[in-house]
Design a binder for this molecule. Structure first.
Ligand code: PEP
Ligand code: MN
Length: 354
């Protein structure tokens, strides 16, 4: 439930509403936007008794009210023109520099992971990503290497000063994965797993939330709201393609979603063109398009020998292609004028006059 206060409500009336809600057993997140908004979770809030309180403008329910995702900047000083940005290690998420995370679909053997980490760092990515817990469609497909894989992933990343990103499938994996990872990924198949989302909201690590392949944008934002309302505002939305009638590609990368999510929330929006297309040859053009559409980061499956990848080989690019992709993505980001939000709005590459 969301309680929207009137623009001229007093601090006293806000405090009274918060006290009433707390008395009903609710948890209240106060958002100071153009007017005070209270996002309410838990307990048994009685709307009728709140609606008539002094200073209350409206009491709203339902999926159409993503309050925290809309105003989630953890601290005003971190926000670029109203967008939530936050730091992970030495790097800024949601800022003007594209935040590229790359690596194999699954954690590979130690020598291969070290070779990949070296090449990913050289290419200019800031994060190394590989799955240790794999959400496979078939139980007979490779299921991942678990904690041992996370350990190996961390060691390879540390050797090349990379951040670590990996997926969790189940709440019991969170404390283990949080020991090794800088960002925890929720995969497309788990976007609707509200138990997992709430548990991730307990704030151990920033969360990269993939859009479900059959989820609407509103459902995706509501899933982010689950994490934020449980206490972790550092959520990255990641578009990874949806299922459509089209069979030429594994999924249809929905770049509309990037623009819509940026319009409806302040959260950083990333794109995964690897799962979004399912085809190696399409990853680079769609990565460029994603950044042009406003994505502030990319998730790319890359490997030193893509053909030998343990999973998703068809959509995995080699690390030379990754290096070229990152260079080109930076050039696109520097040229995109997205309403003054990119500070490096270069004067240079405008269309040349005839
Ligand atoms: C992955 O990132 O390797 C993965 C399984 O992705 P998705 O959840 O988007 O299918
Ligand atoms: Mn994959």
């Amino acid at each position: 439930m969301i309680v929207v206060m009137k623009p001229d409500s007093t601090e006293g009336s806000v405090a009274d509403v918060v006290e009433r809600l707390t008395g009903m057993g609710c948890r209240v997140h106060r958002i100071d936007a153009d007017r005070v908004t209270l996002a309410v979770t838990g307990g048994t809030p009685e709307a009728a008794s709140l609606e008539t309180m002094p200073g209350v403008d409206a009491v709203l329910f339902g999926d159409a009210t993503p309050a925290l995702a809309r105003a989630a900047a953890p601290a005003p000083s971190l926000a670029i023109a109203g967008r939530a940005t936050f730091r992970v290690g030495a790097h800024e998420v949601g800022g003007s520099e594209p935040f590229v995370i790359a690596g194999p679909c699954s954690v590979e053997d130690e020598a291969t992971m070290h070779a990949i980490a070296a090449a990913v760092a050289r290419a200019g990515a800031v994060g190394l990503r590989a799955g240790a817990y794999k959400p496979r469609t078939s139980p007979y497909s490779y299921q991942g290497s678990g904690e041992e894989g996370l350990h190996l992933l961390r060691r390879a990343a540390d050797a090349h000063r990379l951040l670590v990103v990996s997926e969790v499938l189940d709440p019991v994996q969170i404390p283990v994965a949080a020991r090794y990872c800088d960002i925890l990924q929720v995969g497309a198949r788990n976007m609707h797993n509200t138990t997992l989302l709430r548990e991730l909201g307990h704030g151990r690590r920033p969360v990269l939330l993939k859009r479900g392949f059959a989820a609407t944008i509103a459902e995706w934002i509501s899933a982010a709201e689950y994490v934020a309302s449980a206490g972790e505002p550092r959520v990255i939305l990641c578009e990874r393609g949806i299922r459509t009638f089209e069979t030429a590609t594994r999924n249809t990368l929905d770049l509309n979603a990037v623009a819509v999510a940026r319009e409806r929330t302040t959260l950083p929006v990333f794109v995964d063109p690897s799962h979004g297309t399912g085809r190696r040859s399409l990853v680079e053009p769609l990565a460029l398009a994603a950044v042009a559409a406003g994505a502030s980061g990319l998730l790319i499956e890359a490997h030193v020998e893509p053909e030998r990848a343990l999973s998703d080989a068809d959509q995995t690019i080699d690390t030379d292609t990754l290096a070229r992709l990152i260079a080109r993505v930076r050039a696109v980001a520097a040229c995109v004028d997205d309403g003054g939000l990119r500070p490096r709005d270069l004067a240079a590459p405008r269309l040349a006059r005839a």
